[in-house]
Ligand binder design. Structure first.
Ligand code: HPA
Length: 265
């Protein structure tokens, strides 16, 4: 069974860290999902590039529900996602890694739940701790073992995109307590919680956010910084996969919908 999935964000399109890679697909109520499966450290690992393998899917059009449903359906329990982010926090510099622990949701047009009423009913899932604390500490341990410095906490502001933000928006987000800005962690993290999966994100700072950066933002800058640090992202993910003890996470993620009788595919 495949118990671990990597959801690759901008700049992470390639499952080269895995061996014996094969392409697979599965059907969900939200459409078909194509992904790769390979092995690392004796574990089967799924790899799903969030924006498609050639960055062709805009953040607001990603089929988040299909992606998370598909991973749940094939048996995944642990998801490590990567995201490229702008930084609002001067301490979090381009090239730095951050294991985010909270989010602020400024998305506008996305369906953020598997529970829209009807047969599935309505669910109000708890997101007091939106990212799995066990996976977060595993990624932190992986960083320590590899001597890669990581910020252990950060507040991720999720915008709708696909445009970058105005300096006024960034100023507002900073006042609200945001550290980082990106376009994809919501609803992905929320859906994974509804699906009772352990989910964590490694954010890679690719730029200072609009108005903090001395120059206008470009996607090329984001991709360049990601690729300059791709070796470290890869090492971090590989070490984290090694450290995951399948079925042993002592967290509450798997019981997120206990009040509702559990998540059902
Ligand atoms: N804003 C939003 N998303 C991003 C940024 C940014 O500055 N950098 C990378 N992803």
């Amino acid at each position: 069974m495949i118990k671990i999935a990597i959801i690759g964000g901008t700049g992470v399109y390639d499952p080269k860290i895995l061996s014996n890679v094969r392409s697979e697909e599965t059907m969900t109520p939200y459409g078909k999902v194509e992904y790769k499966v390979g092995e690392y450290a004796g574990k089967d690992v799924a790899f799903l590039p969030r924006h498609g393998s050639n960055h062709s899917i805009a953040p607001h059009l990603i089929n988040y529900r299909a992606n998370i449903w598909a991973m749940k359906k094939i048996g995944v329990e642990n998801i490590i996602a990567t995201t490229a982010v702008g930084s609002l926090n001067i301490e979090m510099k381009p090239g730095d890694f951050v294991i985010v622990d909270q989010f602020l949701d400024f998305t506008k047009s996305r369906i953020g739940t598997f529970y829209e009423g009807g047969e599935r009913g309505v669910v109000h899932v708890d997101v007091t701790e939106p990212y799995c604390p066990i996976l977060r500490s595993i990624i932190s341990d992986a960083g320590k073992a590899l001597d890669i410095s990581i910020h252990k906490n950060g507040v991720y502001v999720c915008t709708e995109g696909p445009r970058f933000e105005t300096p006024a928006e960034i100023n507002m987000f900073a006042k609200l307590g945001g550290d980082l800005v990106g376009m994809t962690n919501v609803p992905e993290a929320v859906l994974a919680r509804e699906a009772e999966m352990c989910y964590s994100t490694v954010s890679m700072v690719t730029n200072y956010a609009a108005g903090i950066s001395p120059q206008p933002l470009t996607h090329a800058e984001v991709v360049e910084t990601m690729s300059a640090n791709s070796e470290n992202i890869k090492r971090l993910i590989m070490k984290s996969i090694e450290l995951i003890e399948i079925g042993k996470n002592a967290c509450k993620c798997k019981m997120a919908l206990a009040e509702y009788g559990g998540f059902k595919l």
